[in-house]
Ligand binder design. Structure first.
Ligand code: AMP
Ligand code: MG
Length: 401
């Protein structure tokens, strides 16, 4: 049986790199950038005035002048004026510094009347004050965003400032989320006492969408090999990624691995030494489709989706491997089996800036209601059984950073 690390490596070894497409900046939020974004111009593109007021020559001020005839008014976006000696230009925030000016006196420090600005008597002005020099943020051609960035709202500002109405992003794969099980009944449908509400499908679709993979639809299939064969063949034809839940254990109705093999999906592994989620199955279809078959227990499904499916899709989208995160146990944990334990947890950070984990053990891997309010899960290493308070443990947030 593979370890968690071996299973991750095995998946990495099979990953394609998704194609790219151009999208308008309005549609780029949450997508993965597949180009670098470079500065169109120096930033600021000119010596930029930072206060409303007057632009003067500091030499005039240093020589004792406090009254300046107003030569012109220059707003942001106006063509640049040339300042004459002994005069001033009324200036607005965001305007280009007038030629020959090298000092801004804020409007709060002057009185204006009869076409003359008078500076407050005890005001002292420094040369170059309230001027944001050209290129002081970055130079034209500087790389502002690297490929592999998941585009956040501030990145949208950077892309717009670089003058790009469109950007190249990773193409989202078409994903089919497939719940298997005779017992499953969707919310809104009448349910018999022996039946179970279908909860994995909507949750898996949600976690995929939360990570920007929005081309996903859900199907529910009963445990019938002929039907599974027919419908999975269609899904393999139409989608690049299949995420199944249920039907991968050793029960008499666990037909998923057999049917996938019949359809030409090559098994990469079946089972990982972990709890929850030990029966997880992964394979690659005839057209290189990625097929993740997750155990049906809801805690297993969600943990395996976050632990294996999300990182794989992020990597295939061009996102580089992230930095590992850690939390310090605020409560001791014991876990005896010779398996990696994924332990749901809440997180708090203390005044010292440490991220503390408050483990939320689930009753069983069917106890999905306990997951509500958790922030992620801890990866308790297999080699250890006792984890005292203060042990630093690898952490996976439900939302991969
Ligand atoms: P299986 O992996 O098919 O043996 O399912 C394991 C357990 O998870 C069973 O108790 C199923 O009823 C339950 N289960 C399977 N799929 C789902 C689902 N989509 N939503 C909720 N529970 C499920
Ligand atoms: Mg089942």
């Amino acid at each position: 049986m593979l370890t968690v690390a071996e299973a991750q490596d095995a998946i990495l070894g099979e990953l394609p790199t998704f194609g790219t497409e151009d999208v308008a900046i309005e549609d780029a939020l949450g997508r993965v950038l597949r180009q670098s974004v470079v500065a169109e111009r120096d930033q600021p593109p000119f010596d930029r005035v930072m206060m409303d007021g007057i632009a003067i020559r500091h030499a005039d001020f240093a020589a004792g002048r406090r009254e300046f005839a107003i030569q012109a008014t220059q707003h942001a976006g106006d063509a640049v004026e040339t300042l004459d000696a002994g005069q001033c230009i009324e200036i607005m925030t965001g305007a280009e510094l007038p030629m020959n000016a090298d000092c801004i006196v804020p409007v709060e420090r002057i009185e204006v009347g009869g076409g003359v600005a008078v500076v407050e008597a005890d005001y002292s002005a420094e040369a170059r004050q309230f001027i944001h020099p050209r290129g002081s943020d970055h130079a034209a051609g500087a790389e502002l965003l690297a490929g592999g960035t998941r585009i956040a709202p501030m990145d949208i500002a950077v892309i717009a400032s670089a003058g790009q109405p469109r950007v190249a992003v990773s193409e989202n794969p078409t994903i089919r989320v497939i719940s298997t099980g005779n017992e499953l009944v969707a919310a809104g449908e009448p349910i018999a006492p022996q039946q179970i509400r279908l909860s994995n499908g909507p949750a898996v679709v949600a976690i995929l969408r939360q990570h920007g993979f929005d081309d996903c639809t859900h199907d529910h299939l009963v445990d019938n090999p002929a039907l599974l064969r027919e419908r999975l063949a269609k899904h393999l034809d139409e989608a690049g990624v299949l995420v199944l839940s249920g039907g991968v254990s050793m029960g008499k109705a666990d037909f998923v691995p057999g049917v996938l093999s019949e359809l030409g999906v090559r098994v990469v592994f079946h089972k990982i030494s972990q709890r929850p989620g030990k029966p997880m199955w992964f394979g690659v279809g005839p057209q290189d489709q990625l097929v993740f078959a997750l155990p049906g227990n809801p805690v297993s499904t969600l943990v395996c989706c976050r632990q294996y499916v999300i990182p794989a899709l992020c990597r295939a989208s061009g996102i580089p491997a992230g930095k590992p995160e850690f939390a310090s146990l605020a409560q001791a944990v014991t876990f005896k089996p010779d398996l990696t334990c994924f332990m749901p947890t809440r997180l708090i950070s203390n005044a010292a800036g440490t991220v503390l984990a408050l483990p939320v053990p689930t009753n069983t891997s069917g106890d999905f209601a306990s997951l509500a309010g958790t922030d992620g899960y801890l990866e308790l290493p297999r080699e250890q059984n006792e984890f005292p308070v203060g042990t630093v443990i690898p952490l996976h947030r439900w939302r991969q950073p």
